[in-house]
Design a protein around this ligand. Structure first.
Ligand SMILES: [Zn+2]
Length: 260
């Protein structure tokens, strides 16, 4: 492991983290699905990990990367703030544009509405897996094993409940087990792409780094607020969802400080 290049480490680390999506979705193959309350707790955990990761692994490193580039004290913060808003706006725009073209044909009525909601959720999960992979790649690219490992572990852990949530909602729409699992597994495969890019950017083009990191954080924050947290509250398990979020948040914070 010692003589692997940072780019290779970033790719392998994000591939491992992304694969945990498929592992987390595996219960649908065996018909042993955890209760909705348990799923809401674990998806809340995912939201907590992502919240901590977006600040500790994306926004703070973005500020650190921007500071040496400017004399003016306000400039690094301004760049990071603008990039976060651009990241949030980009995902909002995609959310707005995608459904109309792809999901209007076929079924109609309330069934079509629920199918569309499920696919919006899946698209959101897929989109936000890219910045997650990016974060893991940047971690390995800038800090080697020490920089990347806490992120790979944290992001990997929160991918499992996300994979399960995707697979279970597809089962609910009548998809066969294997397809539901396969689609969930695919959403995780965006992570090694992000990982490769993240590790590559930090090694090749440092001036882009603060923009890219903060943009990725914005994309993730949008998905947390717009998709993940509402999903965990939809069935009324608010206390469990918040408990999960609290545990995920402090765990990611701890991992970052301890392993990083
Ligand atoms: Zn996530």
């Amino acid at each position: 492991m010692e003589n692997l290049s940072p780019i290779m480490l970033g790719f392998l680390g994000s591939l491992a983290a992304g694969s945990l999506t498929a592992v987390g979705a595996a219960p649908v193959l065996f018909g042993r699905i955890p209760s909705r309350a348990t799923r809401d707790l674990s998806l809340g955990f995912a939201a907590g990990v992502m919240l901590a990761a977006s600040f500790f692994s994306l926004i703070i490193p973005a500020l650190d990367a921007a500071e040496p580039m400017f004399e003016n004290g306000a400039m690094p913060a301004a760049i990071v703030c603008v990039s976060i808003l651009l990241g949030m706006g980009a995902v909002a725009l995609m959310n707005e544009k995608l459904p109309h073209e792809h999901f209007k044909t076929g079924r109609e009525g309330p069934e079509a509405a629920s199918l569309r909601r499920v696919w919006l959720f899946i698209i959101a999960i897929t989109i936000h897996n890219f910045p997650e992979g990016l974060a893991v790649g940047v971690g390995f690219g800038s800090g080697g094993m020490e920089g990347g490992l806490p992120l790979a572990v944290g992001i990997g852990l929160q991918n499992a409940p996300e994979g399960l949530a995707v697979a279970v909602s597809l089962l609910g729409e009548g998809y066969p087990k294997l397809r539901a699992w396969g689609i969930a597994a695919l959403t995780g495969m965006v992570e090694p792409i992000g990982g490769l890019l993240g590790a590559g950017i930090i090694t090749l083009s440092e001036p882009l780094l603060p923009w890219g990191l903060a943009f990725a954080a914005g994309a993730m924050l949008y998905v947390i607020s717009h998709e993940i947290i509402p999903e965990t509250h939809r069935s009324g398990h608010k206390n469990r969802a918040t408990l999960g979020l609290a545990v995920g948040l402090v765990l990611m914070l701890f991992l970052d400080v301890w392993l990083g």
